[in-house]
Design a protein around this ligand. Structure first.
Ligand SMILES: [Zn+2]
Length: 209
């Protein structure tokens, strides 16, 4: 059995109502997100794929990767995609003391502007969430969770499963998680083109958050 949910259970949403689990569904909008980049070869490939389908997306970047690939980070925003903070070093909120966690968010915020935040592993404690405004320097930070997990990071599943995870669970308003990372690459490179093509056939509009 997998240790994650493909479709976020309603109970989890009920427990954390302040976090964002899906976005406006008008016009058949769906929201692709890519975590853990920028990566020097995978992120450009993702951007090229998105451009082919006139799709916009949101990239939750790791601060140290932005520092390593500033040109790529600029390309993401120049091409009309949104960016969000995913901490400086991919910290797990459940395993990191509050002050240390927020200091890590602050480092990333110096490189990644805006109010969007996604906690690595989806794990953040209430005290950490309360400190985000100060750490990010914005009045209303938004903790963006998700509705559909592709599980592209799971090397024990085939890319067809990853594709099915997304296609079977997405509806207008869904926030979908992929990763522009080496771990996810074997699944991502097969799944993303099929997902983009199918979404277009369904008439979905792929928007940035
Ligand atoms: Zn991550």
């Amino acid at each position: 059995m997998h240790r994650y949910f493909i479709k976020t259970p309603w109970l989890l949403r009920r427990i954390f109502p302040k976090y964002v689990w899906e976005a406006p569904a008008a016009d058949g909008a769906v929201y692709l997100t890519f975590d853990d980049g920028p990566h020097e070869t995978i992120t450009p490939w993702v951007l090229d794929q998105l451009a082919q389908f006139d799709a916009k997306a949101t990239f939750f970047c790791i601060g140290k990767n932005v520092a390593a690939h500033p040109g790529l980070f600029n390309r993401i925003t120049t091409e009309g995609h949104a960016v969000g903070n995913h901490t400086e070093n991919h910290r797990n909120g459940w395993k990191t003391p509050v002050e240390e966690y927020l200091a890590n968010v602050r480092l990333a915020a110096a490189r990644i502007p805006g109010s969007l935040f996604r906690p690595p592993y989806g794990r953040i404690r209430a005290a950490q969430a309360r400190g985000l405004a100060s750490a990010m320097g914005v009045p209303n930070p938004q903790v963006i969770m998700w509705d559909v997990l592709s599980a592209d990071f799971d090397r024990s599943i085939r890319s067809a499963q990853c594709t099915a995870n997304v296609l079977n669970h997405t509806r207008p308003g869904s926030i979908i998680v992929f990763h522009d990372s080496e771990k996810a690459w074997p699944n991502l490179k097969e799944a993303l083109p099929v997902v983009l093509r199918t979404f277009r056939e369904r008439g979905y509009v792929m928007k940035a958050l």
